[in-house]
Design a binder for this molecule. Sequence first.
Ligand code: ATP
Length: 510
Amino acid sequence: MALCKRRGFIYQASDLYGGLNGFWDYGPLGAQLKKNLRDRWWYDVVMDPCGGAPGPDGQPVDIVGLDTCIIQHPKVWVASGHTETFNDPMVDCRETKARYRFDHVSVCVPTGEADAAKPRFAFIAGTPSEARQRKKADKAFGAGLAIVPLAELPVESWNRVIAPDADQPGTLTEPRAFNLMFKTYIGATATEDDVAYLRPETAQGIFVQFKNVVDSTRVKIPFGIAQTGKAFRNEVTPRNFTFRSREFEQMEIEFFCHPDQARAWYEFWRTQRLAWWKSIGLAGDNLRVREQSRDELAHYAKDGAGTSDIEYRFPFTDPDFGEIEGVAHRADFDLATHQKHARTKLEYFDAERGELLANGGHKGERYLPHVIEPSAGLDRGVLAVLCEAFTEDASRPSPELLRLHPSLAPIKAAVFPLVNKEAMPQTSAKLHAELSRRFRGQGYIEHDARASIGKRYARMDEAGCPYCFTVDGQTAQDQTVTARDRDTGQQERIALDRVADYLGERLARS
Ligand code: ATP
């Protein structure tokens, strides 16, 4: 977090006014890193879906893009179930007035019989309350200690539970529902009739426009609609840096297919999405795909082929993992509910299915498509990329560096004059202009003539810049420069007029 602030990746939102809990701003490098990840997703999903890999039975993977509004008709959220069920059961603390998500509260309980009357210490994993309450529990119980979810503790014993931030036992209320949608008003009068919500997910905008997309384009089932955009959730305990924020960005695909093919497409997308995260540098033990158990499934996914979470082992979840993308078979839940609430048929007429006719054609079949939804978080993706890239190495000029995948790195290259004299600054400025013209569309090209060369390399290592080129005394003699590779720290001399190609080849390879 300190490096992110120091180098201009991520700042606390409204920092000047003491910050706003659950909101984060992206600085110059963070904004470009986020854009690079979003652009990469859009390219690999919409422009060249899955790099041309065929879907089940060799079918093409067709996806079109969409950009829908943050504020939708309030009935959208009634139909989707968010008004009714987008509730997390919450518990309140009567002593501190703090509110916690019921399923996030864990409790240290004594294991020994003799300790049965002792207090229990509740905490929220990943917050300061965890260490504090564990320490108190260790002191109170000695060796015999177990951690159980509050949900598994009989309510009769809650009078012995000390809430995460409280001093007295028995201050937690029973769980109550709390809606996570941000409320606003449309128009000037601001009465209850004007209530609207900031979308808690981008998905519903896609379902609501499904019919228009089918009617106005030449898409045929199977096909997908993709969009990226902001989503808002009034998370009760935002935490772990950007991982659980109140305003965040999603990258979602709704892939529509015939019900008989849903399982095959679900498996296809699970594999493809895992491969995608690997392709941007999250390969290794820190990435996994996990099939959700039946108890975890959302209301719309109970009868489907399943839901899998693509998870990353963040430093704050270690040894556990945190979700970066969910791949869910939503069956026809969304189209069916909008069809009912909007009283408009959303069935798809598939001319290539149904009974075979004498002329070799088909009678056609009318059905509600099933949906496979790969839903990723852009902010969680950026955070995973940053965590994966963060390296500590005391032997380097910068003891902390970011080994960002070159395709995502916000600074693609830096050009330095070794010293600010002779013709070095002029030559490096010319090289900088040439590289900027060629690569500026992909990220920043830096030019820096200040401080010692070691300090400049260290700064670029911290910013995750993969390549540096230094113009020195030898350049004037033999028209070569030093090229330095961030990951190995190794330097080689290359011809000045080859620098652009050298960089181009390396960025294309990544
Ligand atoms: P969680 O269980 O962690 O609350 P979720 O299962 O509710 O997440 P989804 O509704 O499936 O999340 O949303 C899809 C994606 O949106 C998630 O995989 C995640 O990357 C992202 N996301 C969801 N909530 C947040 C949040 N509060 N902050 C940042 N990203 C989020």
